[in-house]
Design a binder for this molecule. Structure first.
Ligand code: OAD
Length: 232
């Protein structure tokens, strides 16, 4: 284990992916048991699928809402929150749409891929929080379907959210990437900003990723175990 300690840093950025929530029982996307091994994104997670069959896409997202609702934040989420409470310069940038950091009491600076718990009507240009399970009603008062406010495949990221993430990474003295396969761009390359700015960099994952070489410290193990060690 490295000699890194959170207590030696003031402006920490936690950059999280699905592995952060795996110990809560929420499936990751890739690998064995991953969501994209079971579901084809072209049927469930792109604008074309939604335009073709919004009911089918909503059925999928309602199953995800129910599954996430049944899970609880894990010890790893709680460490992130505790670090943020102790060191107010700590920011969370996440690719996760599950809202688990927030449920664990953390403030999230950037949800790069949107949220399972927000919906929007593109015709009326409305975005709103919605925590109903199943999401009800599926249609806006304008007659069109509410759409999950999620960055699906082939969508662009919200540039305001990316700006907040970039600013966080530019200013951090410690970057801790947790549980991401680092294959989904442009999110995957954002940690490079912290590397270029000279931050100390840590990657926590069960295994190597295509971007592991960027990190000074590559810590292998479950997120909750490694985070507990760094927090001692
Ligand atoms: P992936 O499913 O691609 O990768 C999960 C990563 O977490 C893998 O590298 C695992 O080795 C690691 N992992 C699993 N369990 C872990 C644990 N307990 N502790 C530490 N690491 C663990 O998930 P993401 O990289 O987040 O997009 O995927 C990126 C994006 O692809 C997601 O945001 C999602 C998906 O399509 C949207 O939801 C829009």
């Amino acid at each position: 284990m490295s000699r890194i300690r959170f207590s030696d840093f003031e402006r920490i950025v936690f950059f999280t992916g699905a592995g952060m929530s795996a110990e809560s029982g929420i499936p990751t996307y890739r690998g064995k048991g991953g969501i994209w091994a079971e579901y084809d994104y072209e049927d469930y997670a792109c604008q074309r699928a939604f335009d073709r069959d919004p009911e089918r896409v909503w059925d999928f997202h309602d199953r995800r809402r129910a599954a996430v609702r049944a899970c609880e934040p894990n010890d790893g989420h709680r460490v992130v929150t505790a670090v943020q409470e102790r060191r107010p310069g700590t920011l969370v940038v996440t690719q996760n749409i599950d809202g688990m950091h927030q449920r664990a009491g953390a403030a999230v600076t950037a949800e790069l891929h949107g949220s399972l718990w927000r919906v929007r009507c593109d015709a009326d240009e409305i975005v709103r929080d919605d925590d109903t399970v199943p999401m009800t009603p599926r249609k806006c008062s304008c007659g069109g379907y509410w759409r999950p406010d999620i960055v699906w495949f082939e969508d662009s990221l919200d540039h305001r959210v990316v700006c907040r993430a970039r600013e966080a990474l530019e200013a951090c003295d410690l970057l801790v990437s947790i549980g991401t396969s680092a294959v989904v761009y442009p999110a995957a390359e954002l940690p490079r900003i912290a590397v270029q700015r000279g931050a100390v960099t840590v990657e926590i994952n069960l295994e190597d990723t295509p971007l592991s070489h960027l990190y000074q410290h590559r810590l292998r193990g479950k997120a909750s175990d490694v985070l507990a060690e760094l927090n001692r």
